[in-house]
Structures are given as structure tokens and as C-alpha cells.
Write a protein that binds this ligand. Structure first.
Ligand SMILES: Nc1nc(=O)c2c([nH]1)NC[C@@H]1CN(c3ccc(C(=O)N[C@@H](CCC(=O)O)C(=O)O)cc3)C=[N+]21
Length: 349
């Protein structure tokens, strides 16, 4: 098989390869050259020499396409369960306030639910609601057998104690994976969380589905948030990577990042990771979704990642775009968590 197939995009012809999720072991060196040059070993030396002068371009990891594939798989499972036991998975989303970005995300989640046959319930509370009102809704959904997943859209208004609210979500319906018990289990060897947070789970799923092996690799996570950076580092470690976390107090972020075979960037700083930060052949998962002014766009802004895409694409072997990378995967993982919750609650395999 040509070595370039390792990074074949998930088209229908490669769907089988992708679905098997068999780890394909590719060292950083072979990653570096095999993706760009599919030449046989005898001419590899020539390829290496050429790569120093020729511009090479990273494979684009198509999160939108993979997310669509996953939604199709979920839709099939949802109807199988409905036909077998008459249960339809239900997701309750609690949105407090009227932040425009949050409203957009919630709308997208609802659309995604509809597209796979998951029921979505939504409550939009005013920004000046009390924490107690939010807790009351959570408790109602905890007791509601038609609800299998509860998501409290973040950020909450500043007068609420976010952790207190997240703690109230029943652990068996915590499809965001933000409950301290789920996070705690994620951090422990030999334990399994009921749910893994959607964004980091989507990052790992992209690596798996593109046949990029993690075991033994050097991974650098940039950012240490509770919802992305920290769980991403834990997940990579569970996948046997050697993990470093770079954050705002790291004295030499560029130097550390340049050691990485796999970079997960989740800081919310537009274009922070430059080409010079990237080891040639590294794989980049860009979680950042940052609006920057763009008068030429109809919205007046466009979205860019935490990684300078134009520079990175010339150095990396594979990279996720923004938009169309991790974002759609986050929502696909939420649907997957909701389905698996409904299956667990109903003892349906
Ligand atoms: N409890 C909670 N759980 C979350 O999972 C959660 C949250 N709160 N608060 C906000 C963040 C952000 N988030 C995104 C999901 C999808 C896209 C997404 O699909 N983005 C598209 C672009 C969308 C556009 O064009 O505007 C893309 O990257 O291609 C982005 C961001 C989930 N979050």
C-alpha cells in the first residue's frame, strides 16, 4: 500500500479503513516525508533532499467531513435503538443569557440533533436568572427519563458559580464530561469516565480516523483550560503520548512546542503559533476559533485558529483548518455521548 494512504481523507472509498480505527504506526520521520512524497524507499533520499528546497504542503484534516461520517453512524444507531427498544435519545440544553456566540452554538447543536434523530429540549433563561433557577432545571432534567444528556452552555453569567452548576448535573447524564467525577476518572489510570469532554475527544478522534498514531509520540498541548487543554493532555497521556502542557507562564513556549510530534493548540489567541514553532512534519490540531475583523466578509469578521495556518501548512505534515476542523467534531462528539448515554441508561448495546 502506498504510504500516502495513511493520510487519505475520509472519503467513501477509505471509510472502511477509517472505521476500523486500527492504529497505523508512523514515526515522526516517516510522517514527515511519506505524506508529502509517496515515492518508494529507494528514492527517499532524493525526496528528503528535495523537501529542503521545495515548498511542501501539509495534509488538511477535514473535520467537517469526519463529523458528517460520524453523524451518519450515529443516525443509524439511533434508528436501530428506536426500532429495537422504542427509545429515542434526548439532549437537554440550558442556555442562560443572550450571548450571540452561545445562541449560535446552541442552534447548531439543535440542528445536529435533528439531523441524527436525537430529541433536543432547550431552555433559554434570561441573563439575570438566579443560580437556583438553573439548578432547578438541572434537577428536573436529572429526573426526566426522556433526557439522557444535559448540557449547560458555557460561559454562564458571572454572578453564577459555574462549578456549582456543573456539579449538579447527574454524572450519568453529564454528556459534556465536565463533572468533577468524570474529570477525576479521566485523570486516573485504570479508571474510565462515563463521558469524555467533547472537544478533546473530537481532537483524538480526528487523529484516530486519519491513522495518526499517538503512542510514544511527543505531544504538546498549548493551553490548560478545564474544558479543553487539561482534558486533552489527560487523553493524550492515556493514549501513551509523552505530554507537555504549555501555558501563559511557560518561559519558553516556542522551544517546547518545537519538540512536538503532535500539537493541540487551545488558547484562544489568533495566530499565536507561528511556523517557526513547529517541527517539520508535526501534526497540528487547532482548537482555537477566534473572530478577527474582516471588512471584506459579509459578517464583518472571519474565524482564525490559534495557529498561523499559512505558515504552519508549509511545515506540518497534517493540520486541521479553522473553521471546518475541530469545531464540527465537538458537536459530533456531543451527539455520540448522548447516544451512548441513552444506550447505557437503557442497557442497550
Ligand atoms: N457546555 C458547553 N459545551 C461546549 O461544548 C461548548 C460550550 N459550553 N461553550 C462554547 C464552546 C464552543 N463550542 C463550539 C462548538 C462547535 C463549533 C463549530 O462547529 N464551529 C464551526 C464554525 C462555526 C461558524 O462558522 O461560526 C467550525 O469550526 O467549523 C464551535 C465551537 C462548544 N462549546
Amino acid at each position: 500500500m502506498a504510504s500516502s494512504s495513511i493520510f487519505n481523507p475520509p472519503s467513501s472509498t477509505t471509510a472502511l479503513l477509517l472505521r476500523t480505527r486500527r492504529p497505523i504506526h508512523v514515526g515522526p520521520t516517516s510522517l514527515r516525508f511519506s505524506t508529502i512524497h509517496s515515492a518508494p524507499p529507494s528514492s527517499r533520499l532524493v525526496s528528503i533532499a528535495a523537501s529542503a528546497t521545495e515548498a511542501s504542503v501539509a495534509k488538511v484534516i477535514d473535520g467537517k467531513l469526519v463529523a458528517k461520517q460520524i453523524r451518519d453512524e450515529i443516525a443509524a444507531e439511533v434508528s436501530r435503538m428506536r426500532e429495537a427498544v422504542g427509545v429515542i435519545p434526548g439532549l437537554a440544553v440550558i442556555l442562560v443569557g443572550d450571548r450571540k456566540d452561545s445562541a449560535t452554538y446552541v442552534r447548531n447543536k439543535k440542528k445536529a440533533c435533528e439531523s441524527v434523530g436525537i430529541n433536543s429540549l432547550e431552555v433559554n433563561l434570561p441573563a439575570d436568572s438566579t443560580e437556583e433557577e438553573v439548578l432547578n432545571y438541572i434537577s428536573g432534567y436529572n429526573d426526566d427519563p426522556s433526557v439522557h444528556g444535559i448540557l449547560v452552555q458555557l460561559p454562564l453569567p458571572s454572578h453564577m458559580d459555574e462549578q456549582n452548576v456543573l456539579n449538579a448535573v447527574g454524572i450519568e447524564k453529564d454528556v459534556d464530561g465536565f463533572h468533577p467525577l468524570n474529570i477525576g476518572r479521566l485523570a486516573m489510570r485504570g479508571r474510565e469516565p462515563l463521558f469524555v469532554p467533547c472537544t478533546p475527544k473530537g481532537c483524538i478522534e480526528l487523529l484516530h480516523r486519519y491513522g495518526i498514531s499517538i503512542k510514544g509520540k511527543r505531544a504538546v498541548v498549548i493551553g490548560r483550560s478545564n474544558i479543553v487543554g487539561m482534558p486533552a493532555a489527560l487523553l493524550l497521556q492515556r493514549e501513551d503520548a509523552t505530554v507537555s502542557v504549555v501555558h501563559s507562564r511557560t518561559s519558553n513556549p516556542e522551544e517546547i512546542t518545537r519538540q512536538a510530534d503532535i500539537i493541540i493548540a487551545a488558547v484562544g489567541q489568533p495566530n499565536m503559533v507561528r511556523g517557526s514553532w513547529i517541527k517539520p512534519g508535526a501534526v497540528i490540531i487547532d482548537v482555537g476559533i477566534n473572530p478577527v475583523d474582516d471588512p471584506s466578509s459579509s459578517r464583518g469578521y472571519r474565524l482564525v485558529g490559534d495557529v498561523c495556518y499559512e505558515e504552519a501548512i508549509k511545515v506540518a505534515s497534517a493540520i486541521t483548518p479553522v473553521p471546518g476542523g475541530v469545531g464540527p467534531m465537538t458537536i459530533a462528539m456531543l451527539l455520540q455521548n448522548t447516544l451512548s448515554s441513552a444506550k447505557r441508561i437503557n442497557s442497550f448495546q
